[in-house]
Design a binder for this molecule. Structure first.
Ligand code: SF4
Length: 82
């Protein structure tokens, strides 16, 4: 069991497929602690812990080109896209 005294770090890992990103920035709007646009206006991950798992998943689901992959690091399974 997880120790409630220990700060829980989310279990979802996000990655951006640069070739798919069209700079829509909805991921950045929803999860600004996790995503940022680089100098080429392509999304990049600035921190895995900048927002919680639910927000990270919502951000990934908002991407019009499904450029954000979400993986559950506990199960090793891909959570998004399905
Ligand atoms: S929502 Fe998708 S297309 Fe838009 S910036 Fe993020 S990764 Fe790129």
């Amino acid at each position: 069991m997880a120790d409630p005294q220990v700060k829980q770090i989310g279990k979802y890992k996000v990655e951006v497929i640069r070739e798919k990103c069209i700079s829509a920035a909805s991921c950045v709007v929803i999860a600004p602690g996790v995503f940022d646009l680089d100098a080429e206006q392509i999304a990049r991950v600035i921190s895995q812990d900048g927002n919680d798992d639910e927000t990270k998943l919502l951000a990934a689901q908002s991407c019009p080109t499904m450029a954000v992959i979400v993986t559950d690091t506990e199960s090793g399974k891909q959570v998004w896209p399905l």
